[in-house]
Design a protein around this ligand. Structure first.
Ligand code: NAP
Length: 253
C-alpha cells in the first residue's frame, strides 16, 4: 500500500499468520501509513506485535475480539482518538477461523461458530467503523485504500465455481459456507457504500503457510504479503465489489 499514501489502516486478527504479516509489511513499506492499527484478542500475549511496538512509532496495538460487541464498541472509540477528524482509510477484516467438518461430521454448533467469526463479525466490525470510514471518504474523491475501503479476507474455498467437485474442499463445510456468505456481504456493502465513496472487495490471500493454511501451502507469509499489499495499493473504482486474489486476478463467485 505504498502509493498513493494510505494514512490509516486497521487490521483484525494480527496476533499471527497473515494479519501479523500484513502489519510487518505495512510498517516496512515506504512510505508507511501514519497509523498501522494492529488489533488482536490478547495484546498482552502478542509478543511479536509488542516487539514491533518497540521498533516502530506508527503502530498502534489495540484489543479487539471480533465476536464481542463491547470489544468492537471500545475499539472504535480508541481508533477515533487515534485518527481524529480524518477518519479511518482502510479496514482489513482479516480475523478468521477454520473448522474442519465433512457432511457426515458437520453440526449446527460448528456451522454457527464459523458463521459468527467469519461472517457476522465482519459485518458488525464494518458497520461499527462506518462513521470513521465516511469521515475519511469525505477527505478526497477517487475510490481506493487511500480514501476509504473495506477489505474482507475471503478464500478461494468460497468460490462455488472453482471448487466444484474438488475433493479437498469436502471437509470444510462450515468455513466454505461462511466465506461464501462473507462474499455476499462484500457485494451488499459495495452497493450500499458506493455513494459514500467507500470501496469494498473480497480478497483471497493465496494458500499460505500459517496455522490455518498448514505446512503444505505453497506460499510463505513473507512471500505473499508484497502481492497482497500491491493489490490493495492499486484498487480503484473499477474493483468495487470484486473478488480478487493476491495477484489481482478476478475470481469467479
Ligand atoms: N492461510 C491461508 O492459506 C488462507 C487462505 C485463504 C484465506 N485465508 C484467510 O485469511 C485470514 C487469516 O488467515 P491465517 O491463515 O492468518 O489464519 P491463522 O494463522 O489461523 O490466524 C487467524 C487470526 O485470526 C484471529 N482470530 C480468530 N478469531 C478471532 C476473534 N474472535 N477476534 C479476533 N481475532 C480472531 C487469530 O487470533 P488468536 O491468535 O487470538 O486466535 C489469528 O490472529 C482468515 O480470514 C482466513 O480465512 C487464509
Amino acid at each position: 500500500m505504498a502509493q498513493p499514501r494510505c494514512r490509516s489502516v486497521l487490521i483484525t486478527g494480527c496476533s499471527r499468520g497473515i494479519g501479523l504479516g500484513l502489519v510487518r509489511g505495512l510498517l516496512a513499506a515506504s512510505p508507511s501509513p501514519e497509523f498501522v492499527i494492529a488489533t488482536c484478542r490478547y495484546p498482552e500475549k502478542a509478543q511479536e506485535l509488542q516487539h514491533l511496538c518497540n521498533q516502530y512509532s506508527n503502530i498502534k496495538l489495540l484489543q479487539l475480539d471480533v465476536v464481542s460487541e463491547s470489544s468492537i464498541r471500545e475499539v472504535v472509540k480508541e481508533v477515533e482518538d487515534i485518527v481524529g477528524d480524518q477518519g479511518l482509510n482502510c479496514l482489513i477484516n482479516n480475523a478468521g477461523i477454520n473448522m474442519l467438518a465433512s457432511l457426515e461430521e458437520v453440526t449446527a454448533e460448528t456451522m454457527l461458530t464459523c458463521y459468527e467469526t467469519n461472517t457476522v463479525a465482519q459485518l458488525m466490525v464494518a458497520k461499527a467503523f462506518l462513521p470513521l470510514l465516511r469521515k475519511a471518504a469525505q477527505q478526497s474523491s477517487s475510490m481506493g485504500c487511500d480514501r476509504a475501503a473495506i477489505i474482507n479476507m475471503s478464500s478461494l474455498a468460497a468460490s462455488m465455481q472453482l471448487t466444484e467437485d474438488q475433493e479437498m474442499y469436502r471437509t470444510v463445510y462450515p468455513y466454505r459456507i461462511a466465506k461464501t456468505a462473507l462474499n455476499m456481504i462484500t457485494r451488499c456493502l459495495s452497493t450500499d457504500l458506493k455513494a459514500d465513496g467507500i470501496l469494498c472487495i473480497s480478497l483471497h490471500p493465496g494458500w499460505i503457510q500459517t496455522d490455518m493454511g498448514g505446512n503444505e501451502a505453497p506460499l510463505k507469509v513473507q512471500d505473499a504479503i508484497p502481492g497482497i499489499l500491491s493489490v490493495l495499493a492499486h484498487l480503484s473504482e473499477k474493483d468495487n465489489g470484486a473478488f480478487l486474489d493476491w495477484q489481482g486476478k478476478t475470481l469467479p463467485w
